[in-house]
Design a protein around this ligand. Structure first.
Ligand code: UDP
Length: 459
């Protein structure tokens, strides 16, 4: 659209095929990357699974192809993410191969320069290889957690993994300031499937023609350097935050749930930086008892709040305490799904209580919103430690979830003198984030590097 910051560049006469992982936190960044590369002059084809299938009408400038993933109804509704990813990795091999072969043999389209796959689609490596199709990978998570995943063999060798409950507070000296409890696992365990996925992530990146991150140099310099060193044969492109290359209004939605726009008029009635925005992303689930502590902690904090209570957030039903909503007198607004980027950019928002999914973490950094960090699993644990102890733009709820502690943490971060430095640092970090995607910035340059790299690939 004419509103885009960057001018659409001359057509490159090359087509790129992008293959996102069918989860919200992976779809949005892949489609944003597709938009960026489209702007750079490439034609875009998106391959997606029938599971969490995409709606082509949101991106009329792309070509969409759906492949049958063969998941049964019960497989598709599993809450076990590792199982889901393992199933997709096993069942999509042939459908993807067929789809790619037919795209590659279609002479009516521009020649295909490469495949860009989510790095967690581990199986794409062998498929692309067999078709002699160059393959780049997108890691939608941060670089710091990626470096830790890539070091799992070392962490095992040094005895950090498997985790021993008695050592949770000990530092992981190879990755300061991480503690053993911050290692990216699920419930502090790693199943055989999980370990395989982690190994696939690392090996798949090593075998790729390029590794793209939705992060920026200033934010994760050290981790990016560590990764470059470890996989020195693969060029790395930190070109995030993807969504900031476009003005907010022009970004097309790729949400699987529809956004409740009522948040914005409600936010408009609130004082600047007064609202705590609460969302735990698209996957995290909490227990009923925790839900109640959150509800009362928010109510007792005396700060206005906007809370995303997604279907499935709470195990069982949504147990709003009786009379809870009425007792708020409009001080709380509850929605099923929010236009999060818009919410975080709203002047009324003063803090983000987050599960520290990478997208949420990055979106918060970009808008200078300090965080209350409550990681649930995997890379969220690393992201939260970075937010609280490296960038120092947030406070972690470390000692479980108890309403008194929640209330205290919210007030400390948002109103008390103690939180002032954190609030200031969040604004300074936002300034850094705002430089990287502008002309001459690190991500701007890295994106140009990516375009040149893609054009140099000989299919
Ligand atoms: N999101 C949203 N509305 C909501 C909650 C989340 O649009 O009410 C978006 C959010 O902006 C982010 C994504 O969903 O881009 C969640 O990704 P993240 O990596 O933070 O967490 P995940 O859902 O993968 O755990």
């Amino acid at each position: 659209s004419s509103k885009q910051v960057a001018v659409m560049e001359q057509r490159k006469d090359r087509r790129l095929i992008l293959f996102p992982l069918p989860l919200q936190g992976h779809i949005s960044p892949m489609l944003e990357l597709a938009n960026l590369l489209h702007l750079k002059g490439f034609s875009i084809t998106i391959i997606h699974t029938t599971f969490n299938s995409l709606n082509p009408s949101t991106h009329p400038h792309f070509t969409f192809h759906s492949i049958p993933d063969g998941l049964s109804e019960s497989e598709a509704s599993t809450k076990d993410l590792v199982l889901l990813l393992s199933l997709l990795n096993a069942k999509c091999v042939e459908p993807l191969r067929e789809c790619l072969s037919s795209l590659l043999s279609d002479v009516s389209e521009e020649p295909v320069a490469c495949l860009i796959s989510d790095v967690l689609h581990v199986f794409t490596e062998s498929v692309a290889h067999s078709l002699k199709l160059p393959r780049l990978v997108l890691r939608t998570g941060g670089a710091a957690s990626f470096a830790v995943f890539a070091a799992f063999p070392l962490l095992r060798e040094k005895g950090y993994l498997p985790i021993q409950e008695s050592r949770l507070e000990e530092p992981v000296t190879e990755f300061p300031p991480l503690k053993i409890k911050d290692l990216p696992l699920i419930n502090r365990c790693a199943s055989e499937d999980y370990n395989q996925l982690v190994a696939g992530l690392s090996n798949g990146a090593k075998a790729s023609c390029g590794l793209i991150f939705n992060t920026f140099e200033h934010l994760e310099q050290h981790a990016l350097a560590t990764i470059s060193q470890k996989i020195s044969n693969v060029p790395i492109f930190p070109i995030g935050p993807f969504h900031k290359f476009f003005p907010a209004a022009s970004s097309s939605s790729s949400g699987l749930l529809s956004e409740d726009q009522s948040c914005i008029p409600w936010l408009n009635t609130q004082a600047p930086k007064s609202v705590v925005y609460v969302s735990f992303g698209s996957l995290a689930a909490i227990k009923e008892a925790q839900f109640l502590e959150i509800a009362w902690g928010l109510a007792n904090s005396n700060q206005p709040f906007l809370w995303v209570v997604r279907p499935g957030l709470v195990h069982g039903s949504e147990p709003f305490p009786s009379g809870f909503v009425e007792s708020l007198n409009g001080r709380g607004h509850i929605v099923q799904w929010a236009p999060q980027k818009q919410v975080l950019a709203h002047p009324a928002v003063g803090a983000f209580w987050t599960h520290n999914g990478w997208n949420s973490t990055l979106e918060s950094v970009c808008e200078g919103v300090p965080m209350i960090c409550m990681p649930c699993f995997t890379d969220q644990l690393v992201n939260a430690r970075y937010a609280s102890d490296v960038w120092k733009v947030g406070l972690q709820l470390e000692d479980g979830m108890e309403r008194g502690m929640i209330e205290k943490t919210i007030r400390k971060l948002m109103v008390e003198k103690e939180g002032e430095e954190i609030r200031d640092r969040a604004l300074k970090l936002m300034e850094k984030a705002n430089l990287c995607f502008k002309q001459g910035g690190s991500s701007f340059q890295s994106l140009d590097g990516l375009v040149k790299h893609i054009l140099s690939l000989e299919p």
